[in-house]
Design a protein around this ligand. Structure first.
Ligand code: ZN
Ligand code: ZN
Length: 746
């Protein structure tokens, strides 16, 4: 027999980046597991803290160890493999181990405040005595009514429902309890995030040739995989090629194998429609994990995984950490999506961590996209991943949309002013309204005007807390900061010189809506951006009425770029494709522009009528635009990867940014210089370093921001040195953190 563990290494709920040794009392030794939440004494007094067991040990360098006090009553425990994944994340993403382990559990599970929901159920002590009670107390109508209801409910009835059906109150139930004719029981119930949402079950669709090929490769790998073979499949399928059906049938295979699957989708696609697709196929075998649930629902959904009640978890980023113990498949849909990267510690990319979890647990990882990230596609072309291509739309009669470009410089008026809309765009929308078809108009900027300025004195309305111009929102008559969310009333005269000639520059989605209301009188117009879609229910409502044909023109930001599948949309207009093309210092700008344009264009022509896409730009020969027009991912990739290799940008090396933030700029500079001095000896000679300097947006929410950039293939040792320095050298008033494989330069 295996001997019982004696010493536990635990991580406390603090950010110290170190574990502590505790003795395991004999009465707990048989039950304790790695990954369990426990209570331990901490500090000199009688302090008590929760902690997570991360390992067992035979010996400890400390002679006297305090004992673990108890196991937490909800018996939450993480699989060993997840603890190892957490340790890997702490190391790779350069964050405290506690923060990485904490991240594995939803807050609702971690904080211990949410408990299982219970209901009071009543049932008869026995039928005979109930019947004689009715005979003996015939005048007590209320009591008799309760008993009669219960006589017809052999399983008992929940308190509220019982009172309703019998038309009585709690005091009547109390009397019956006192008389011992009925009994009460507290029962645990699950909170149901799908309450009231019914879905019709669906059967698998007959796969077409390309889908069948993809499925064959996936199934072979699920059943029989040699260690040498890649455990990652990249499925590159054009918009409308039927990737979802491949996901569904791959998961069905996993279920048939009695194993488990995780399905990740970008947060924005987590609509009831998406979840509904999966529920329709898998019913109660599935749980959802995402931030839109209430704490109680999240707790219950997570517990369903922990207790083995479900075999499939669908969700955003955090669903990757569903505590399955027999995982066979992780799917990452829209794998290129930047919402997989978490912006707070640990700053992980769920796509990359999925690949690591798959490796640790010998599970297959399926990445899918119409526009794969350059990193993933590079891995596929070099043989690190297996590439599966789906080049045709699922329904062969549905053609790819025709995409054309309008050079806005040629549309300018006699004064050289460039209009918001080309004649072609206006005509295209007008035609659609006339034919009863729908249009989508895309602009990646919300608000009415980008900035408010005074031509008389040069005043520009800036945020007082950030070094950025404020955006004008017309409906609310407010200026708002898109970085810190701060707002102020829009001035009617220039606050500097008193001029009445205050002007607005640049356009946003709100202004488009405004102009369209004039241009297309009588048309039904809706706008979807984070200003109008303040609640998930509004998003649902708007999409539902768009689906029903109650909206002619849908205007929106990237919120409408992804996943929407409406057969009656035959026109997509991109108002300004140049937004995002030239982000200073962002080597991914071209890639993101290509992805966004391809995704937006993919919303057109998903039904019988061919779709048309019109892209307005002042840079018609930009390669991201050109390749998007041709639907030529491979062409785009070949050009982009050559550039990346030449400049040794990712994937030919990693990129790491150290951020320094604080309210006093001198302290921020000081901390940055001190850290650089400390780490300089550990920087590999092949690593390129950009010394600490003010970030692109120098100040956000009152804090000055400095960044130092490192690019190279050998950053592991450097990361360890940086991490030690961050957790030992204190710089009061300055936050220092690392962003590994950063995607934002702001
Ligand atoms: Zn002025
Ligand atoms: Zn601000």
């Amino acid at each position: 027999m295996k001997s019982l563990p004696k010493i536990a290494k635990v991580l406390l709920d603090l950010s110290l980046d170190r574990s502590f040794d505790y003795a395991i009392p004999p009465d707990l030794a048989a039950d304790i597991r790695v990954g369990m939440k426990v209570n331990v004494p901490f500090g000199n007094g009688k302090g008590e803290r929760t902690a997570y067991v991360v390992a067992f040990a035979e010996t400890s360098p400390y002679p006297t160890l305090k004992p673990i006090l108890s196991l937490c009553e909800d018996r939450i425990s993480l699989p060993d493999s997840l603890i190892r994944l957490g340790e890997w994340m702490a190391d790779y993403y350069c964050c405290a181990r506690e923060s990485a382990i904490r991240n594995l559990l939803p807050g609702a599970v971690r904080n211990g405040k949410v408990k299982q929901k219970t209901e009071n159920w009543y049932f008869l002590a026995d039928r005979d005595s109930a019947m004689s009670y009715i005979t003996a107390n015939a005048k007590a109508k209320a009591r008799c009514a309760v008993l009669k209801v219960l006589l017809n409910a052999p399983g008992g009835m929940e308190s509220v429902q019982l009172q309703k059906e019998a038309g009585t109150s709690a005091s009547v139930l109390k009397k019956l309890l006192d008389d011992k004719v009925i009994m009460i029981e507290e029962r645990g119930v699950e909170r149901d995030p799908f309450k009231g949402v019914k879905v019709m079950p669906t059967a698998p669709k007959e796969p077409n040739e390309q889908q069948a090929e993809a499925l064959q490769i996936i199934k072979n790998k699920l059943h029989d995989r040699t260690k040498e073979e890649s455990h990652v499949v990249l499925m590159h399928g054009v918009t409308g090629s039927g990737k979802t059906e491949v996901y569904l049938q791959s998961i069905a295979e996993v279920i048939a194998m009695r194993k488990e699957a995780i399905m990740l989708v970008p947060e924005i696609s987590l609509t009831p429609q998406t979840v509904g697709l999966f529920r329709a196929r898998f019913g109660d075998e599935l749980c959802v994990l995402h931030s839109g649930l209430s704490d109680g629902e999240r707790y219950d959904e997570w517990m369903k995984v922990q207790s083995g009640k479900v075999k499939i978890a669908v969700g955003a980023r955090s669903a990757l950490f569903a505590p399955f113990r027999n995982l066979a498949l992780i799917i990452v849909d829209e794998e290129h999506d930047t919402s997989y990267k978490q912006s707070e510690a640990p700053r992980y990319n769920a796509r990359d961590v999925a690949v690591v979890r798959g490796k640790l647990e010998n599970a297959l990882v399926l990445l899918g996209s119409a526009t794969p990230s350059v990193e993933s596609y590079h891995n596929a072309t070099t043989g690190k991943y297996t590439l599966v291509k789906m080049t045709k739309r699922y329904d062969p009669t549905v053609l790819m949309p025709s995409v054309s470009v309008v050079d806005m410089r040629l549309e300018s008026d006699e004064n050289g002013r460039i209009p918001f809309f080309s004649k072609g765009l206006i005509q295209a929308i007008r035609d659609r309204i006339g034919r009863g078809e729908q249009s989508i108009v895309f602009l990646n900027r919300r608000g009415f005007a980008r900035q408010m300025n005074c031509p008389a004195c040069g005043y520009i309305a800036m945020c007082s807390e950030c070094s950025v111009a404020l955006t004008y929102h017309r409906r609310s008559q407010m200026l708002s900061c898109h970085f810190c969310a701060g707002t102020m009333p829009a001035p009617e005269i220039c606050p500097e010189c008193g001029s009445h000639d205050i002007r607005y520059q640049g356009n946003g989605t709100e202004r488009i809506e405004n102009i369209f209301e004039e241009l297309f009188r009588g048309a039904r117009i809706a706008r979807m951006d984070s200003d109008t879609m303040t609640r998930p229910s509004l998003y649902e409502k708007t999409l539902a009425s768009f689906r029903k044909g109650e909206i002619d023109i849908l205007i929106g930001t990237q919120m409408i770029a992804k996943g929407l599948d409406f057969p009656n949309v035959t026109f997509v207009g991109v108002v300004n494709a140049d937004l995002g093309l030239y982000v200073p210092g962002d080597f991914r700008a071209q890639e993101h522009a290509f992805q966004l344009l391809t995704q937006v264009a993919g919303r057109a022509g998903r039904g019988e009528i061919p779709g048309e896409v019109l892209i307005q730009t002042c840079a018609p020969f930009n390669s991201a635009i050109q390749y998007a027009v041709e639907h030529d991912y491979d062409g785009f990739f070949k050009e982009e990867i050559m550039l990346r290799e030449e400049l040794a940008f990712p994937p030919f090396g990693h990129m790491m940014i150290i951020h320094f933030r604080g309210e006093e700029v001198e302290k921020v500079q000081e901390a940055a210089n001190a850290l650089m001095t400390l780490i300089r000896p550990y920087i590999d000679p092949d690593t390129r370093v950009t010394e600490p300097a003010p970030a692109t947006v120098e100040r956000i929410a009152g804090k000055y921001r400095y960044t130092a950039l490192f690019m190279g293939g050998k950053l592991a040792q450097l990361r360890r040195v940086i991490k030690r320095a961050i957790y030992t050298e204190k710089h009061p008033g300055v936050d220092i953190y690392v962003d590994m494989d950063a995607i934002s330069f702001l």
